[in-house]
Write a protein that binds this ligand. Structure first.
Ligand code: ADE
Ligand code: ZN
Length: 346
């Protein structure tokens, strides 16, 4: 029998819910702060890591935005992104769809160009050196007003060829999707693919609004959709993917423990779920850790895990040719695992 972690590690997969600022490990945060002559609000790596105890989304966001403040130069964004890509590659991630929070940086006087050039430089190297493809999604910060999001969309227009989608993140409570109706309409008209965080801390009604008002093609998290049976039926019928993040949900107290995580129920209800890491530097695990932890807690079988990996490619923004290639790679990996299990492939 292959052990669970070994099984997960061998499967090629995509990651579809990943905030690049959420991959900033404390060691890198201190190194970048030092070269930029900045101080973090914590005296050491250990004390910063010790501050990663959150009782809700906002407590996390306060630390996350403070740490993102060390990112100034284009090379900082390059180093951040490259470090994530190396980790993802080690987890057998073949394709990543990556959020970035432009407003967190432009609000501090950083040029949009510096952010995007640094991130894209690393993404190009990830493709060329690691064979890891990617897509970039510009997230609007929902705690800010829509006018700010509209300005950000305008700043993104010159990079239309590098940014495939728009998303919605940050504090969900009290910031419903309808607040961003106009900017999402403009973004869709300009050809950006719309996705949104919904139902993480917010109610099922926010998931409904993200679908009906923002016209999103994918929901990030979506946990609280389960409170509305009609909505669940619609999500399943329309095959709307949910990018679920188990360790994030645990760390932000969206679930009490992983044994009560809704992922298994979502699968049983026929929902199109994927597993992702969200902000892995803060939540104690990259994507494989998420698969292993949730599979262990919920007693998922190898068939469920393969389905989740397959869903990750299927729910991606890749075209059908690329998806077919990745399905093929997954099938080869599964066959090889089956052979090693029956002893014919030592
Ligand atoms: N920004 C980074 N991580 C987030 C999350 N889990 N929810 C909302 N906004 C975020
Ligand atoms: Zn997220």
């Amino acid at each position: 029998m292959t052990d669970l972690a070994g099984f997960v590690a061998k499967l090629p997969k995509a990651e579809l819910h990943l905030h690049i600022e959420g991959t900033l490990e404390p060691e890198l945060a201190f190194a970048i702060a030092e070269r930029n002559g900045l101080a973090l609000p914590y005296p050491s790596v250990d004390e910063l890591r010790a501050a990663y105890r959150f009782s809700n989304l906002q407590e996390f966001l306060d630390v996350y935005y403070a740490c993102a403040g060390v990112l100034i130069e284009s090379r900082d964004f390059y180093d951040l992104t490259w470090a994530y890509l190396e980790r993802a590659h080690a987890d057998n991630v073949r394709h990543a769809e990556i959020f970035f929070d432009a407003q967190t940086h432009t609000a501090r006087g950083i040029e949009f160009a510096a952010v995007i050039e640094g991130i894209c430089g690393a993404l190009d190297d990830g493709r060329d050196k690691l064979g890891l493809t990617s897509r970039l999604i510009l997230c609007f910060l929902r705690h800010l007003d829509e006018a700010d999001a509209l300005e950000t969309l305008a700043a993104a227009m010159p990079y239309r060829d590098r940014i495939v989608g728009v998303g919605l993140d940050s504090g969900e409570r009290g910031n419903p999707p309808r607040k961003f109706e106009k900017v999402f309409r403009r973004a869709r008209e300009a050809g950006f693919v719309p996705v949104a965080h919904a139902g993480e801390e917010g109610p099922a009604a926010y998931v409904r609004e993200a679908l009906d008002v923002l016209d999103v093609v994918r929901i990030d998290h979506g946990n609280n959709a389960l409170d509305d049976p009609d909505l669940v039926t619609e999500l399943a019928r329309r095959g709307i993917p949910l990018t679920v993040c188990p360790l994030s949900n645990l760390k932000l107290c969206v679930v009490e423990d992983l044994a009560s995580h809704p992922l298994k129920r979502m699968l049983e209800l026929g929902l199109f779920v994927t597993v992702n890491s969200d902000d892995p530097a803060y939540f104690g695990g990259y994507v494989n850790d998420n698969y292993v932890a949730v599979a262990e807690a919920l007693g998922l079988g190898e068939g469920d895990i393969v389905k989740l990996a397959r869903n990750s490619f299927d729910a991606s923004l890749l075209d059908e040719v690329d998806k077919a290639r990745l399905f093929g790679e997954l099938a080869v990996a599964v066959t090889s695992l089956e052979r090693s299990d029956d002893g014919s492939n030592p």
